[in-house]
Design a protein around this ligand. Structure first.
Ligand code: PLP
Length: 355
């Protein structure tokens, strides 16, 4: 830290993203990207004509994207917020709604803690149940902002919509943020509840199910009052948060939703095949509604699995954290990639198993 840095950031620990190494080519199953390219209309939308308009600012109101969401989900523009990745939206939401503190699960998206610290907020982390699920009743009547990823990460376990609704209902005086980064892979979205509850904020991303991690585009749904709070903070930071090419790509993606629904279905099939294969090798695999699996082997520790896979050219995500250090989070790639993963796992288990 330089001597010029504001002292309030002295103890801030930044989020550590999954590695993007360039030393060799890997089968990349470590950052939950899609194995499929964006849809044909997206590839057509980012053309030379659009690029030539980069001399002009992008539309700060994101009208094309908002119209796309209105057409797709029937949610009007005043109830949609967009920004440069959903991480950006999460940060604005913590900033806007965390005055009384924030509560989230002890095992969840690692960024929540960083956003809380970065914004100087008190936070509390609630342990998961022993089966790694979330107990919804533990989040009732919290008297602070509640943040839950549904499905949760890195476990992949989803809450039912009824349970999400109960949490929202039981915290009427604080925002309940449901982070739906993985909802399209098998959970139910809470976006249908935004008219009923003025304290619900549903956050989503184009990075996972819509194959656009590199474009940086996130969205949120909520009642118009909380959406304008977020817009106020965005307009106080960077009104042109989304670039023209990403706006064009995102609007085109919303027009071709069936392409992405089909990709999610394929990923669910590949997920089932991978989970079965891992179970046959003796792995314990948590029930996933996401585009990844969280798995551990009773006789090979998690770090060894991670390292041996890496030596074999396969990247997965290992978290050196209490209770989960024997797990690895494995993104669902293409069928071929997952067959290669299972072959590598078979060799590792055969060689490394300690019992
Ligand atoms: C990937 C992810 C995000 C961030 O998505 P971006 O839109 O790429 O910033 C947010 N929340 C969770 C739980 C994620 O896994």
């Amino acid at each position: 830290m330089s001597r010029f840095m504001h002292p309030q950031y002295a103890s801030l620990k930044a989020y550590v993203p999954g590695e993007q190494p360039r030393d060799r080519s890997y089968i990349k199953l470590n950052t939950n990207e899609s194995p499929y390219p964006p849809s044909p209309a997206v590839l057509r939308a980012i053309n030379a004509e659009e690029a030539s308009r980069l001399c002009l600012y992008s539309d700060p109101e994101n009208r094309g994207l908002k119209e796309g969401f209105e057409k797709l989900y029937g949610i009007s523009s005043d109830r949609v917020f967009l920004s440069n990745g959903s991480d950006d939206i999460l940060n604005f939401a913590f900033m806007a709604f965390g005055a009384d503190g924030v509560v989230f699960p002890a095992i969840s998206y690692g960024f929540y803690k960083v956003f809380a610290e970065r914004n100087g907020l008190n936070y509390e982390m609630i342990p998961l149940c022993t089966d790694f699920s979330i107990d919804p009743t533990a989040y009732f009547n919290q008297q602070k902002m509640v943040v839950i990823a549904n499905p949760n990460a890195p476990t992949g376990i989803a809450l039912d919509l009824d349970d999400v609704e109960r949490i929202v209902k039981e915290n009427p005086n604080h925002v309940v943020l449901i982070d739906e980064a993985y909802v399209d892979f098998g959970a139910e979205s809470a976006r249908c509840l935004i008219d009923t509850y003025d304290n619900l904020l549903v956050v989503g991303t184009f990075s996972k199910s819509r194959s656009m991690a590199g474009a940086r585009l996130g969205f949120a749904f909520g009642n118009s009052a909380i959406i304008s709070d977020l817009e106020k903070l965005q307009y106080s930071t960077n009104p042109y948060a989304i670039n023209r090419l990403t706006q064009a790509a995102g609007a085109a993606a919303l027009e071709e939703d069936s392409y992405y629904i089909e990709n999610c279905r394929r990923i669910q099939d590949t997920r089932a095949l991978t989970a079965d294969g891992l179970a046959a090798l003796g792995f314990e695999v948590l029930p996933s509604s996401a585009n990844f699996l969280f798995a551990r082997h009773p006789a090979v520790d998690g770090l060894t699995v991670y390292q041996r896979l890496r030596e074999n050219g396969i990247l997965v995500r290992h978290f050196d954290a209490p209770l989960i250090q024997d797990f690895n989070r494995i993104t669902i790639g293409s069928r071929e990639e997952m067959i290669a993963l299972l072959e590598a796992m078979r060799a590792i288990v055969t060689k490394e198993a300690t019992v």
